[in-house]
Design a binder for this molecule. Structure first.
Ligand code: ZN
Length: 282
């Protein structure tokens, strides 16, 4: 068995802060190791790591900030060099990702007509709510920010930043500043001033930790540290889901199976291959 829930290794963290009045919340993510775990079977080049790393950080921040009880599936549909890309985030925070082309060699990575789809579903099952956002260029942070505003009517600021060590991903970080009910104009003015004064991306680039970034950027607002949520890689595939996929094959393929053949089903997220035979379908 691959990645049963008790074996999930939480290698990343998302920290939370709030202003005294409780009207502004800040989430800061550091999940480089989790991204490396999730993409182990889809080796990324530099451009791929930067894009997929930011996509994973953004998805994790969005899930925790807006829908902590839901599964949030974010899918980029693009005819650009990166192809389509999915980030699947479950409460906990447990995530996995897949990408068509992990080694894109031309920019922009995202095609001009790319769409970001964000689907929310209660983790125990239930109705799925999907919102589609046109991608504003290659910037996945801007797309998530637009999603928060359009779909959830939540005013937020999202900054995502990866750093590389040679050709491999070093850090995958992100910041989400969220307006909470009761926010007044003065709060907005104060937060805007903080964001204009310091760049999250520059601070991360200079080696600051997430806590140092928040202190430097929002120190004047006297933020209170609320706590931290662990983040880890976990795939959701199973032999059962592979069997279900084989059941939906054509009559011809199924006949082959009845004749003693084996159908190979490879999970596009973690790369596990399931060998399904006729007996499995019984
Ligand atoms: Zn899998």
């Amino acid at each position: 068995m691959k990645n049963p829930i008790e074996n999930i290794v939480r290698t990343g963290i998302i920290k939370r802060w709030m202003t005294e009045a409780g009207t502004i919340r800040v989430l800061g993510a550091e999940i480089g190791q989790t991204v490396r775990d999730a993409m182990e079977n889809q080796p990324l080049n530099r451009a791929g790591a930067e894009f997929v790393g930011e996509f994973l950080v953004g998805g994790a921040l969005l899930e925790l900030a807006l829908a902590p009880a839901d599964r949030v599936l974010c899918t980029l549909d693009s005819d650009g060099p990166i192809g389509s890309c999915s980030v699947d985030v479950w409460p906990g925070v447990a995530l996995r990702a897949r990408v068509d082309n992990p080694t894109p060699d031309v920019t922009p990575l995202v095609g001009p007509n790319a769409i970001l789809r964000v689907s929310r579903q209660p983790a125990r099952g239930g109705e799925v709510y999907t919102t589609a956002i046109p991608m504003p260029g290659d910037n996945i942070g801007d797309a998530f920010q637009l999603y928060a505003l359009q779909s959830e009517q939540v005013l937020s600021f999202i900054a995502l930043r990866t750093t590389m060590e040679g050709e491999s991903l070093e850090r995958a970080t992100g910041l989400l500043v969220q307006a909470l009910p009761g926010m007044v104009h003065e709060d907005l003015a104060a937060i805007t001033a903080c964001l204009e004064q310091h760049s999250f991306s520059d601070l991360i680039g200079s080696g600051a930790t997430i806590a140092e970034c928040v202190d430097r950027m929002f120190g004047s607002l006297s933020m209170t540290f609320l706590g931290a949520d662990p983040v880890g890689f976990r795939c959701r595939c199973s032999r059962e889901s592979a069997v279900a996929a084989v059941r939906s094959l054509s009559e011809e393929d199924l006949q082959d199976l009845q004749g003693g053949g084996t159908e190979e089903v490879e999970c596009e997220y973690c790369g596990t291959t399931y060998h399904i035979q006729a007996a499995d379908l019984a």
